[in-house]
Design a protein around this ligand. Sequence first.
Ligand SMILES: *Cc1c(COP(=O)(O)O)cnc(C)c1O
Length: 367
Amino acid sequence: MGGGEQKYVQEAFDTNWVAPLGPNVNGFEKDLENYIEESSKVACLSSGTSALHLALILAKVSKDDEVICQSMTFSASANPIVYQGATPVFVDSEKETWNMCPKSLLEAIEDGISKGNKPKAVIVVHLYGMPAKMDEILAITNKYNITLIEDAAEALGSAYKGKKCGTFGDFGILSFNGNKIITTSGGGALVCKSDDDKQKAIFLATQARDNAPHYQHSHIGYNYRMSNITAGIGRGQMEVLDKHISYRRNNNEFYKDIFSNIEGVEVFKEPSTDYFSNHWLSAIVVDKSVTGFSREDLRLSLLEDNIESRPLWKPMHMQPVFKDCSYYGTSVSEELFENGLCLPSGSNLTEEDKERIKRSINKLINK
Ligand SMILES: *Cc1c(COP(=O)(O)O)cnc(C)c1O
């Protein structure tokens, strides 16, 4: 927390705005719009997952539809497809950004069309804050006229060619869960291109109440709106967002420095100046044939020193729950999972913490 959060929360208590609407919700939405792109329309919701669910509903995804999703991601990117009774189709990553491979995406779309089931939407993810290859992906979804949903849960503040992540697709989603770059403890947002879409999202998120003096419903609704208390935390967090991004980018520099002379370890970094990553998580890929140690050796060695690290996201097409889903691509995401490791990346890592991490890593390297 940055310190400003309590002021907004106190204001909510003082004015008795303890409800899933109020000045902090409106204020947080404005702050987010000003931050990512003024022409965007942002609806604050209870989670990033609920934002994805509403995006799929607004894209008219329903039973028996197919939705293409990046395989290398967290399960929340794919679960809402199943909430809608639709079928996920998973696509591999490319090696530069670890995000959706445009070639495999094209293959999946053309194969779907040839089978008479054109995919209804595409979900691209900006993994660990790294922007995906948006020019290539947009060229494809535009050509085939397929709704693009951008999962920017991990990428608030990241940008591609100067444009913020979350503003490229027909819809974008953000998350303020406890582990994200800014947090409201739990929360999320849907980024829309039009106010009409935003109002539809809010309608569905507040139990789909028709305009009548009594409770009247002609749609199935959800309880997905953000609380005014939570939004107060969000407004305070917006004041420290850029600071958090600079801390996380410093972490990435710290790891680049540690591994700069180590053959066989690649620190995840932007492929060119077109990409600006918030470096929410810093990660490496270990080539055991060069280093002599595997990513698992490193993970266990860090753990001995009470330092937590974690393998990269296990691709969705390798998950038991999605084992029957189609998959397009080669083995890029599988190899990333096999050889990749997320390293300690908190905004609050101290110099002392970093020294301890560095000592622990060097202990294994010098073995
Ligand atoms: C965190 C996350 C989500 C889900 O956000 P919640 O707010 O936790 O529901 C979705 N996609 C990705 C890639 C995430 O990291």
